[in-house]
Design a protein around this ligand. Structure first.
Ligand SMILES: NC(=O)c1ccc[n+]([C@@H]2O[C@H](COP(=O)([O-])OP(=O)(O)OC[C@H]3O[C@@H](n4cnc5c(N)ncnc54)[C@H](OP(=O)(O)O)[C@@H]3O)[C@@H](O)[C@H]2O)c1
Length: 277
């Protein structure tokens, strides 16, 4: 068979709404870079239509998909096989359609850890303070614990942090009001709340009490440099920006669908960052 006769490999991001997703820009850049006969599409799917969409996409030539809001939790019940990362995160963000089966995994934790390492930060460098107790906190808490870090959840709504910590023994819980004074006891701070994101309230979090070797990670990436990261730089602490997590979490899906291990580099960062402005 001549190369151009081979079928176009299709993947995409399923969400509702989904027009805001940066994933087509990201995967499109890799498809072009590696000369792959593939397409990555926006797939607007309403919640009630998700089961039918997952059944019909493979027949349309799709080899897999990403899932975003509001489908990540609902997809757990629709997969034939769940990777341990999806079970730990209680959410699916990456699907592979293979041998008639729907295989679900969660790559947020992998992306978070890979981004830390790309910034020269060892995830097991010491105790980690995780602000937030939502979906991202769960995936990141699991990944940090698997990497060997002691984790503490700190959330505005204490019951959510307590419930989350119960799923990850021996995780600790810190009252939201103590997030600044307790900082000296931690080697890594991670903001997984939506605070500090464009159109959201600011994150009130002074780094005054930080130990000098604290690494400060913010997974919010709009704006690219959040006020938390700006303060970390001003105090000589190690900043870890959030866009890198988005780029790294896309690697396992691309590899599974298109057969190439893609590289996260400065050029990719520049392409996706330009799309955020
Ligand atoms: N960089 C990446 O690749 C990446 C990946 C995933 C997510 N994210 C970002 O991470 C953020 C969280 O995502 P998620 O899926 O975990 O969301 P989520 O499940 O809705 O959780 C939101 C969290 O933010 C907290 N929060 C919201 N408003 C607050 C306020 N006014 N004061 C204090 N806490 C507040 C919530 O606390 P309560 O429990 O008290 O409501 C909760 O802990 C979003 O900005 C998302 O864009 C980035």
């Amino acid at each position: 068979m001549r190369l151009h006769d081979s079928p176009t490999l299709l993947a995409g991001v399923i969400g509702w709404p989904v027009a805001h997703s940066r994933s087509p820009k990201l995967h499109g850049a890799w498809l072009a870079r590696y000369g792959i006969n593939g397409e990555y599409r926006l797939l607007p799917v309403a919640p009630a239509a998700l089961p039918a969409a997952l059944r019909t996409l493979p027949a349309q030539g799709f080899v897999g998909a990403n899932l975003t809001i509001p489908h990540k939790e609902a997809a757990l019940a629709l997969c034939d096989v769940l990777h341990p990362t999806a079970l730990r995160a209680k959410a699916v963000n990456t699907l592979e359609f293979a041998s008639g089966k729907i295989i679900g995994s969660n790559t947020d934790g992998i992306g978070f850890i890979a981004n830390l390492r790309a910034h020269g930060v060892d995830p097991a460098r010491g105790p980690a303070l995780i602000l937030g107790a939502g979906g991202a906190a769960r995936a990141i808490g699991a990944a940090l614990q698997d990497a060997g870090a002691a984790i503490t959840f700190c959330n505005r709504t204490p019951d959510r942090a307590i419930a989350l910590a119960k799923d990850f023994p021996p995780a600790n819980v810190l009252p939201w009001e103590q997030r600044e004074t307790a900082l000296k006891d931690f080697a890594l701070l991670v903001n997984t709340t939506s605070l500090g994101m464009a159109h959201q309230p600011p994150l009130t979090m002074s780094l005054e009490n930080a130990s000098p070797d604290l690494a400060v990670s913010d997974i919010v990436y709009v704006p690219l440099q959040t006020s938390l990261l700006v303060e970390a730089v001003a105090r000589g602490l190690k900043p870890v920006e959030g866009l890198g997590m988005l780029l790294h979490q896309a690697v396992p899906g691309f590899r599974a669908w298109f057969g190439v291990q893609p590289e996260v580099d400065a050029e990719l960062y520049r392409i996706v960052a330009a799309d955020l402005l």
